[in-house]
Design a protein around this ligand. Structure first.
Ligand SMILES: Cc1cc2nc3c(=O)[nH]c(=O)nc-3n(C[C@H](O)[C@H](O)[C@H](O)COP(=O)(O)O)c2cc1C
Length: 215
């Protein structure tokens, strides 16, 4: 079985990324791009992002998670601390986040260290979630091998019964991660494969240095 995709080809024409038109702080540019993405209404889950970690098996692994907050501090997502990614981050916090926004012909790649959010912040977010999602966090020993779908459904039924009249507390194995950016690269597609790539890197004085990279 095979399929040749050599004729998939697209010219990127929508925008440009020029040094004189962008801010000194990459988080300000990220905010602008995110606002433009939301305004474009062309993406179903604009906050979906790919998080890559270095596993304890030595392999990189990427998976999609949802960005729940960004600020000067960095990028926040929630997950199971004992999942494959949780174990990877505990062993090696070096992480990479990437976004691909095809309707705007843009990509953003962020490298940084991931750390657990303070417990209070995870509690606040957990308490704001619908009950079904809260129970989901309790039900799933994320990334562990399970015998069947029925096993999961039975576990959920039991927990629904157990928590019928009880408040659901955030389990210790579930919470937020903050990825603190050390480098942020913005990619804007341009015609003839001469794309714009601007990388911001944090220097030892915590100032951002901006450089253009060859496409
Ligand atoms: C659109 C989308 C959103 C997702 N959001 C999350 C999320 O916010 N947190 C999470 O732990 N997993 C999320 N997942 C599931 C992850 O991709 C992944 O399957 C899970 O976290 C287990 O990954 P791991 O075994 O590498 O730790 C999402 C998947 C998709 C496709």
């Amino acid at each position: 079985m095979q399929k040749n995709l050599a004729d998939y080809r697209k010219s990127y024409e929508k925008s440009a990324l020029m040094e004189d038109a962008i801010p000194e702080n990459p988080m300000a540019l990220f905010q602008t791009w995110f606002d433009e993405l939301e305004a474009s209404k062309g993406v179903e889950e604009p906050n979906a992002m790919t998080v890559s970690t270095i596993g304890i098996d030595g392999f990189p692994k990427s998976r999609v998670v949802l960005l729940k907050k960004f600020s000067e501090r960095g990028f926040v997502f929630y997950s199971n601390y004992e999942s494959e990614k949780g174990k990877a981050i505990a062993n090696n916090p070096h992480s990479c986040i990437s976004f691909f926004w095809p309707n705007l012909e843009r990509q953003v790649i962020i490298k940084g260290q991931a750390e657990k959010l303070p417990a209070q912040e995870s509690d606040d977010y957990f308490n704001s979630r619908p009950e079904g999602s809260q129970l989901g966090a309790l039900v799933s020993d994320q990334s562990s091998v399970i015998p069947s779908r029925v096993y999961l459904e039975n576990k959920l039924k039991k927990l629904e019964e157990e928590y019928k009249d009880k408040e659901i507390e955030r389990p210790n194995h579930w919470g937020g991660y903050l990825v603190k950016p050390e480098s942020i690269e913005f990619w804007q597609g341009r015609p003839n494969r001469l794309h714009d790539r601007i990388r911001y890197t944090l220097d030892s004085n915590s100032d951002w240095k901006m450089e253009r990279l060859a496409p």
